[in-house]
Design a protein around this ligand. Structure first.
Ligand SMILES: C[S@@+](CC[C@H](N)C(=O)[O-])C[C@H]1O[C@@H](n2cnc3c(N)ncnc32)[C@H](O)[C@@H]1O
Length: 563
């Protein structure tokens, strides 16, 4: 924020604003400073009134009743503080000089000699490169979050510096942000650092008048998966699973793959039969887990028959290719409608797929409870919910602590009921997903389709109601993962840009859970790690690529009744 709060009488809109939208939310990005403001379409329409200089008081009078009783003047002040509104004769570009340039988060760059090239790939926007010449590279190196542009102007060509700031701060690039205060001030007070300094804008450009997507609350992606066209792109760009990051032997798993580590864990826990093992995998993605599990079971001398139940034809095809030569049968169709024999599988795996199953959103009042958290479920109202109500009743799912509104994972509960039927006596099922033991499902909308976190307590309750015994574990613990190793942290946009940069140097960079050693091995002699950036390393348990591994849990259940 650059200016005081009392805004002048006549104002005009900045010429450096871009607007974006995602899932019904609208954002304003200041292309000179990097300010990022969440908006609503009516606020943007209000701001657009200042396209040419206007008396703020007159615009405010016209909009007096537009904002649910909020005074329009307060929005004028906020826009003024963020340099979105200014006095008509203000030289906008001059406003940058008292500011300090911070390097943005999730930049991708490569240094070659005295030059730097920056790669960007925000959201679905095309990959773009920004070549800095030697003088601009010196300026880039001077953007240290401490020196004001005024000071840098004394050492560098002012016109060139101004042009570079404009190029790099723009929402197309987002390589720098401008701040009124130095980084050192925030070092000890990180909570005081304004959010825009570390935020990025990966969403689609949108302008007032364009149609606005309505936020999705409807979860259940049968159609989404049926429509998956490019199987590999699905996992490499759209959506990554933990198992996908560990599909190759990994140091954090003692040199094993995810599938092999899972088999070792099941063996250690005495969950594998002695001679013959019948496996069912539900929703098998690209088939890496299937291949690794099948091979690891065979390596233990077991006779394996492996069935996959898969809804997406493109993924089923990938699974067949990946498991060619192994005793794997891929059945196509919805697991929630599949006819599979009862008591027929010694091991059932549903890895990171229950979050994709249908869920229903309800209000506490739908079932007779008070919104404020009190009251009891009204049986008649519960019954009126149909199948969802039946599942709650039959499985004994407690609703008293449901938030308002709440998601009921009907698909996942339905699947657990089916798993209980399909398991052979003494058989084990492993259901993994991101979620918590007792936190109600939360919707995440950062993917291109909405996904819910899983309430594992509900899954365990369903399993127990159907006669299984079991527990909820951290996936990392089940696999005996070395949580403390450091891995590469990325976002979707950052990894896309990094991958483009690597491709430019002749390096193929598949999406894997990179440690420093794994990445160095990939880069070989084509790219030196210290010449590329930004590479952020985090403890694997906290972040690996775009995932937070400690969020992944496993429901491990067994059907009693074996000998
Ligand atoms: C997020 S992916 C996980 C894939 C794989 N298990 C892994 O660990 O990478 C979800 C998988 O479940 C499949 N799937 C989603 N809904 C399904 C359903 N109702 N029946 C069968 N498969 C389904 C998807 O097509 C996809 O293969």
């Amino acid at each position: 924020m650059t200016q005081g709060t009392a805004s002048p009488e006549v104002l005009r809109r900045s010429h450096h604003l871009s607007t974006f939208a995602h899932q019904g939310a609208v954002y304003l990005y200041h292309d000179l400073y990097g300010y990022l403001l969440q908006m609503s379409p009516d606020l943007l329409a209000f701001l657009d009134q200042f396209e040419s200089p206007q008396k703020a008081s007159e615009v405010c009078t016209r909009y007096a009743d537009a904002f649910d009783g909020q005074a329009p003047q307060q929005f004028v002040d906020i826009f003024y503080q963020h340099a979105c509104l200014m006095e008509p004769d203000d030289d906008e570009l001059a406003g940058i000089w008292p500011m300090i340039a911070f390097k943005g988060r999730w930049n991708v760059w490569r240094r070659h000699g005295d030059r730097v090239t920056i790669w960007t790939a925000w959201g679905d926007r095309p990959v773009k490169t920004i070549e800095l010449d030697a003088a601009e590279t010196k300026m880039w190196d001077a953007f240290d979050g401490e020196n004001r542009l005024n000071e840098l102007r004394a050492k560098h060509d002012a016109k060139k510096l101004s042009a570079l700031v404009q190029r790099l701060a723009h929402s197309d690039v987002q390589a720098i942000k401008l701040s009124a205060f130095p980084q050192s001030m925030y070092a000890k007070r990180p909570a005081m650092a304004p959010r825009y300094l570390t935020s990025t804008m990966p969403y689609r450009a949108w302008k007032p008048g364009d149609p606005l997507e309505t936020p999705t609350t409807d979860v259940g992606t049968e159609d989404y998966y049926k429509d998956v066209a490019d199987a590999d792109a699905q996992f490499d760009h759209q959506e990554t699973t933990l198992s996908h990051l560990f599909r190759e032997p990994h140091p954090a798993l003692g040199g094993k793959t995810y599938g092999a580590a899972l088999v070792d864990a099941l063996a250690t826990q005495g969950r594998l039969p002695a001679q013959r093992v019948r496996v069912l995998e539900i929703g098998a993605g690209l088939g890496y887990v299937a291949r690794a599990v099948c091979e690891a079971l065979q390596a233990r001398g077991l006779e394996v028959s492996y069935t996959i139940q898969e809804i997406a034809p493109a993924l089923a095809a990938a699974q067949r290719t990946r498991t060619a030569g192994l005793p794997v049968e891929v059945r196509e169709g919805d697991a929630l409608a599949a006819e599979l024999p009862s008591d027929a599988f010694d091991l059932i795996i549903a890895n990171e797929m229950v979050g994709d199953l249908p869920a229903e959103q309800h209000s506490r009042t739908d079932v007779g409870m008070e919104v404020d958290g009190s009251g009891e479920v009204d049986e008649a109202k519960l019954a009126a919910l149909g199948r969802a109500g039946e599942l709650v009743k039959d499985l004994g799912i407690p609703l008293f602590d449901a938030p308002e509104p709440f998601y009921l994972m009907t698909g996942a509960l339905e699947l657990v009921v089916r798993i209980a039927r399909w398991l052979a006596p003494d058989g084990t099922a492993v259901v993994t997903e991101f979620g918590e033991r007792s936190t109600w499902p939360k919707l995440s909308t950062h993917l291109d389709h909405p996904e819910l976190s899983t309430h594992f307590g509900h899954l365990l309750q369903a399993a127990t109601a159907k006669g299984l015994t079991g527990s909820i574990e951290f996936v990392m613990d089940v696999l005996e993962m070395d949580r403390t190793l450091e891995g590469l942290a990325t976002t979707r946009s950052h990894f896309r840009a990094l991958r483009a940069m690597c491709a430019d140097a002749g390096v193929d960079l598949p999406k894997l859970g990179y440690t420093r050693e794994l990445l160095a091995a990939r880069l070989g002699d084509k790219l030196a790690m210290d010449q590329i950036g930004e590479l952020r390393w985090d403890k694997i348990e906290d972040r690996l690529m775009g995932l937070v591994p400690h969020e992944f849990k496993a429901l491990l259940v067994r059907k009693p009744g074996g000998n």
